[in-house]
Design a protein around this ligand. Structure first.
Ligand SMILES: C[S@@+](CC[C@H](N)C(=O)[O-])C[C@H]1O[C@@H](n2cnc3c(N)ncnc32)[C@H](O)[C@@H]1O
Length: 178
């Protein structure tokens, strides 16, 4: 099992069981890998704009023997998942301004387009593939801006989780998409 810091454990603790999770700005890929390993999602899309991050993510997923369940995509913000099925969206470890820009540019399409390409050819009726159901944000700063952006998209069911890890304060916004 992938060992996580308290901050990452907190993010994992918010994920509701789902079919496909997407982690934007995945870097070390610990979030999607742990989510799959713990059965929180069936499959995961791990995206990052950095070539170095994508390279190391690909190696890490290979080392965990998860290449059939975690796919690495390179690209900016929500662009790499624009046509994909996503049930849970995670954006963590970036500022609220950047997270808001990402949501403003890509969230509308993700919310509106329900019959999306199924990246893992999931056919089991038991798996939830009914579009985006949850958004988990961990902005390092400008949390209120990230929350306001969710609200402007009509997403009002947001719960807050405040905690500290190694003396640093963190704030998770956990949003149910209805
Ligand atoms: C500090 S790391 C956070 C990693 C992980 N999400 C976490 O919370 O531990 C930020 C990552 O976001 C990526 N990133 C920054 N801006 C991005 C963008 N516009 N689109 C995609 N990825 C981005 C960076 O390349 C980096 O790998």
């Amino acid at each position: 099992m992938t060992k996580l810091t308290l901050r990452l454990e907190k993010i994992l603790s918010h994920i509701l069981p789902c079919g496909v999770l997407a982690d934007i700005g995945t870097d070390h890929t610990k979030i999607p890998v742990a989510a799959v390993e713990r059965g929180l999602c069936q499959f995961a899309l791990a995206t990052d704009k950095s070539t170095a991050a994508v390279r190391s993510a690909t190696e890490y997923i290979k080392s965990r023997e998860l290449t059939d369940r975690v796919r690495v995509l390179q690209g900016d913000a929500l662009n790499p998942i624009a046509d994909e099925t996503v049930n849970c969206l995670v954006i963590a470890g970036m500022g609220g301004i950047l997270i808001s820009e990402m949501l403003n540019n890509g969230l509308r399409g993700l919310l509106e387009y329900r019959s999306r390409r199924n990246p893992f050819n999931i056919t089991s009726a038991g798996r939830q593939l009914n579009g985006l159901g949850q958004i988990i944000l961990l902005p390092h700063r400008d949390v209120s801006l990230a929350r306001d952006t969710l609200l402007r998209h009509g997403l009002t069911n947001i719960s807050d989780d405040l905690f500290t890890d190694k003396g640093k304060a963190y704030h998770i916004l956990d949003c149910e998409v209805r």
